[in-house]
Write a protein that binds this ligand. Structure first.
Ligand SMILES: NC(=O)c1ccc[n+]([C@@H]2O[C@H](COP(=O)([O-])OP(=O)(O)OC[C@H]3O[C@@H](n4cnc5c(N)ncnc54)[C@H](OP(=O)(O)O)[C@@H]3O)[C@@H](O)[C@H]2O)c1
Length: 312
């Protein structure tokens, strides 16, 4: 089969598109023929930090068709259409086939394209877990999504609206129109306006992109507000983990999200997508052979939605 394989010596991207052996599913595994995968920050971060999965093939989000099942598989049959985040099982999405346990997979509804299905798992579940689990979002909450462009942000805006919050989204100029069309009540262009000087306060801040100081986020909270740090620079994420407890003394809380793949959460966002309540914003689609280019574009940090890898 064709795959995009990590090879340290292959500069500058360390990725090679080549033939590798097609996997054979073990007794507890499903063999999926991948139709689409999507790129996440986790892929480029894995290369940067040298955290290379055992198969040496990156790619967490997959959508495809079950081609074979191991003898202990109960939930899936040959021919089923599936999607999932396989990051907990060694990744492997940037390939024509992957063999994984059944737990990260869910059935793909017929009405959802493979591209949309591949866009959802990591980014939409991250947004859901940030808003609902750590952020305890409630109807009427004033929610700030800082860094609303990119992979996670557009899902966060739509999910916050689904939970009946009043949403302010901070993003760049070129993202503003799309973010508004996803339902944001207010859109702030970070090139022109500083939300810190707006005089507004928020019940929940989801810090997705950008590196505002944690003290700024804290100042922007209402007296019982919660700030959930999802992403930003590595420095920002480490600071949030180190200072979270200190900055949570009193009623304001600062929490760091470590999103975990979860089939129930994935089924929840798929349900919303099927009902037309959650839309995947797709920025670019690359063929599998050009995955290195897709990762380079993602790591530049200015994608307008998800980046899809089409596998044929
Ligand atoms: N905690 C977790 O479990 C978890 C899970 C998944 C992802 N993450 C993290 O979440 C973050 C977002 O992931 P992603 O997939 O959405 O990344 P992404 O697609 O690379 O984000 C790109 C977006 O970031 C925006 N951006 C860049 N600089 C900005 C700034 N200074 N202020 C506001 N927006 C800015 C860009 O908008 P412009 O082009 O307008 O600048 C662009 O739309 C990453 O740091 C990722 O590592 C964390």
């Amino acid at each position: 089969m064709k795959a995009v394989v990590y090879e340290k010596s292959n500069l500058p991207d360390h990725l090679v598109f080549r033939d590798v052996e097609k996997p054979t599913p073990a007794d507890n595994e499903v063999l999926v023929r991948i139709h689409a995968a999507s790129v996440n920050s986790a892929d480029s971060r894995a290369i940067k930090m040298g955290l290379i999965p055992r198969r040496k093939i990156l790619g967490a989000d997959i959508a495809g068709q079950v081609e074979a099942v191991g003898k202990n598989i109960r939930r899936f049959s040959v021919g089923d259409l599936v999607l999932g985040d396989i990051s907990a099982f060694g990744m492997g999405g940037f390939a024509q086939y992957v063999a994984v346990p059944e737990s990260p997979l869910v059935l793909k509804p017929a009405g959802l394209s493979f591209q949309t299905a591949a866009a959802l798992p990591m980014a939409a579940v991250t947004a859901l877990q940030g808003l609902r689990n750590l952020g305890r979002i409630k109807p009427g909450d004033k929610v700030l999504i800082y860094g609303a462009g990119g992979g996670v942000g557009p899902f966060a805006v739509q999910l916050a609206k689904y939970f009946a919050a009043q949403v302010t989204a901070v993003c760049g100029e070129k993202n503003a129109e799309i973010i508004k069309s996803l339902g944001a009540d207010h859109v702030i262009n970070y090139h022109r306006c500083d939300v810190a000087k707006s005089g507004q306060r928020y019940d929940l801040i989801l810090a997705v992109n950008g590196s505002r100081s944690l003290f700024t986020y804290r100042r922007l909270l209402t007296s019982r507000g919660i700030c959930v740090v999802v992403g930003g620079s590595l420095k920002q994420i480490i600071k949030a983990m180190a200072l979270g407890k200190l900055l949570s003394i009193g009623n304001k809380k600062l929490r760091s999200l470590h999103a975990k793949p979860n089939a129930y959460d994935l089924a929840f966002v798929i349900g919303l997508a099927e009902e037309g309540k959650l839309r995947a914003v797709i920025d670019r689609v690359y063929p599998l052979a050009r995955t290195a280019e897709a990762l380079r574009y993602q790591s530049e940090g200015h994608a307008l939605g998800k980046i899809i890898i089409e596998v044929v």
